[in-house]
Design a binder for this molecule. Structure first.
Ligand code: 5RP
Length: 225
């Protein structure tokens, strides 16, 4: 029986195999945040002479990449990336995701938007029939915290401030429980449209291109539509 850590490692290894054909002197790889992304970063160090650099979705990942001697580029210097690799808190079979358990959702969404492909790496426990058991992280400008919480309550959510946490962008996170997510794309647009919301952790309007989900019997590939 493989542990969750071993499953995460398998998913990270599968992503390293996936990106290999894209490597070259001009290649920039987008890198996510979290414990699974950390394993991907550790493995990426073996390719460090075969790429131009990386773009990180958080200060935490940037520091880990730098420790491995992997160049970390400013997104403003990068026009395109073939692949962005990141974990998820939940993913459904349509490859819509909830992300932001690590609080890096906004930069994750930005870096992913510049990449041609989003490869989601996770152990199979992250695959769900319907998103929403995991409270939805929403990055909010501090002064709007209560106003946004009230609007989220109108949508059926119970927002809790993530205490002792400030995002890399200087904002707060509301973790929103109780939302009924029947239409992830619509809910993403609705929440993102609330004044004071920087972005919500639904990645549905633009989901993953491919999920590499580690199971006890190997890595399952779920392609996007
Ligand atoms: C960070 C994220 C992570 O991808 C998500 O929380 C999954 O993390 P882990 O790989 O540690 O389970 O969205 O903001």
């Amino acid at each position: 029986m493989l542990t969750q850590q071993q499953l995460k490692q398998q998913a990270a290894d599968a992503a390293l195999d996936y990106i290999e054909p894209f490597l070259g002197p001009q290649t920039v790889i987008g890198v996510g945040t979290g414990s699974t992304a950390d394993l991907f970063i550790d493995g990426l160090s073996r390719y460090k002479t075969r790429l131009l650099g990386t773009v990180a979705s958080s200060e935490r990942s940037a520091a880990r990449l730098a420790r491995h001697g992997l160049p970390v580029l400013d997104l403003n210097e990068v026009r395109s990336m073939p692949v962005y690799v990141d974990g998820a808190d939940e993913i459904d079979t349509g490859l819509h995701m909830i992300k932001g358990g690590g609080g890096a959702l906004t930069r994750e969404k930005i870096v992913a938007s510049v990449a041609e492909r989003f490869v989601c790496i996770a152990d199979e426990s992250k695959l769900v029939r319907r998103l929403g058991a995991f409270p939805l992280p929403v990055e909010v400008i501090g002064m709007a915290r209560e106003a946004v919480s009230r609007r989220l309550a109108e949508l059926g959510g119970r927002a809790a401030l993530r205490t002792g946490f400030v995002t890399d962008n200087g904002n707060v996170i509301l973790d929103v429980a109780g939302l009924r997510i029947d239409d992830p794309k619509r809910l993403e647009a609705t929440i993102n449209n609330i004044p004071g919301v920087v972005t919500c952790g639904l990645f549905a309007l633009s989901g993953a291109t491919l999920a590499l989900l580690a199971t006890q019997s190997g890595v399952r590939r779920l392609p996007g539509s």
